[in-house]
Design a binder for this molecule. Structure first.
Ligand SMILES: [Mn+2]
Length: 376
């Protein structure tokens, strides 16, 4: 590759798309399995719709191809978030502690870095072959065979192509998994990466007879009453600071473990909280603090376009995209918010020029509204 040291420094080492050789190696890894080869599918911790849908859709495809020793899993608590509890292929899931210790083939889905594999990271070394299907430009290229397409809107885009190359049928169950994955990562076909190719893939999936209205209601528009009440409490304490960020405005709120307990809700209920805050018209920057432990907070940040929140997140120990980023913060709420406010104020001078011109197409597009923890 030409372009010199500077370009090399700025370009993620894995940016780009799989080559013909990568596809051939991936196909060979599956077709070359011994008759009773054990296949372990792993997606990232705190799985979202793309992680689970890609993994289970591919798992069902392998089952149709005759793979019998097949497990799907993810690190951490073996708990499928409520919205996904009707997803096809859930019978493939096993708790991490029951996963094959030394599978013949490991396949990772939507995992940008080994840290996202938690206690399952050792399977990479112990497996005969490790295949990685992902779409994060920041993918660190762990594992042996890489199908990492930084231009794909979701990992399920890569999954559909590999299933096609393997000759697996696209049936209703597989299509439902891949549709949930695609709809999740494109914000239900609203984000900038919703290309013609995305809609063409959606058309192929819908042609199997799946019901998009029913799926969307179940996955995105159904919550327990306790979650509705929880959102009410948390949104009622939202603060708008119109003068912050050099007058662009910021809006924020927080949710504590006590809030979750009071309404009987699990932490994943708060994944979509930022979406209810970021719509505030008077603020360019939005963020939410979600309590993880006594003095530990998962912070999700969003920008409408004028502010680079990934710069703030990186400065505070996290990462992400220009318009969607996150980090882990420690301390009291007021101290965390003060640190963010100060970091945002620091950035205003340097960004003034940037706001004069529109961002490059796709430059700040979040991979999805909810998977920012993926990003570093
Ligand atoms: Mn994804």
């Amino acid at each position: 590759m030409t372009g010199g040291a500077l370009l090399a420094d700025l370009t993620p080492p894995t940016a780009g798309r799989p080559t013909d050789a990568d596809w051939a190696a991936a196909v060979a890894a599956v077709t070359g399995l011994p008759a009773d080869g054990r296949v372990l599918l792993i997606c990232h911790v705190n799985p979202d719709g793309d992680a689970l849908g890609s993994m289970l859709g591919f798992g069902l495809g392998l089952r149709r191809l005759g793979v019998r020793q097949l497990q799907a899993t993810f690190p951490g608590r073996p708990e499928v978030p409520e919205p996904f509890q009707g997803m096809p292929g859930l019978d493939l899931l096993v708790p991490a502690v029951q996963a094959y210790p030394d599978p013949d083939l490991v396949i990772c889905f939507d995992v940008a870095a080994v840290s996202r594999l938690g206690e399952l990271a050792d399977r990479l070394e112990r497996a005969g072959t490790a295949l990685v299907l992902d779409h994060h430009a920041s993918n660190t290229r762990f594992g042996g065979i890489h199908l990492v397409d930084a231009e794909a809107a979701a990992t399920s885009v890569v999954v559909e192509q590999l299933l096609d190359r393997l000759g697996a049928p696209l049936d209703r169950e597989i299509a439902e998994c891949l549709y949930i994955a695609l709809a999740t990562d494109t914000g239900s076909f609203r984000f900038d990466m919703t290309t013609p190719a995305v809609h063409e893939m959606a058309a192929r999936l819908l042609a199997t007879g799946i019901q998009p209205g029913e799926i969307s209601r179940r996955i995105f528009d159904t919550r327990p009453y306790g979650a509705v009440r929880l959102y009410g409490d948390v949104l009622a304490r939202t603060k708008l600071e119109p003068a912050a960020v050099g007058g662009r405005g910021m809006v924020w709120t927080y949710a504590t473990l006590e809030d979750l307990a009071r309404h009987g809700q699990r932490p994943y209920t708060l994944e979509a909280l930022i979406d209810s805050v970021r719509c505030t018209a008077e603020a360019d920057v939005s963020f939410v603090l979600k309590q993880v432990a006594e003095a530990e907070w998962a912070v999700s940040m969003r920008s409408k376009g004028a502010t680079d929140v990934s710069r703030v997140a990186v400065a505070l120990g996290g990462g992400g995209h220009r318009l969607a980023a996150g980090f882990t913060a420690y301390g009291a709420i007021s101290d965390v918010v003060a640190a963010i406010r100060a970091e945002l104020a620091r950035g205003v001078g340097g960004e003034a020029v940037e706001t004069e011109s529109a961002p490059a197409p796709g430059a700040g597009a979040p991979q999805s509204g909810s998977e920012l923890q993926d990003q570093q």
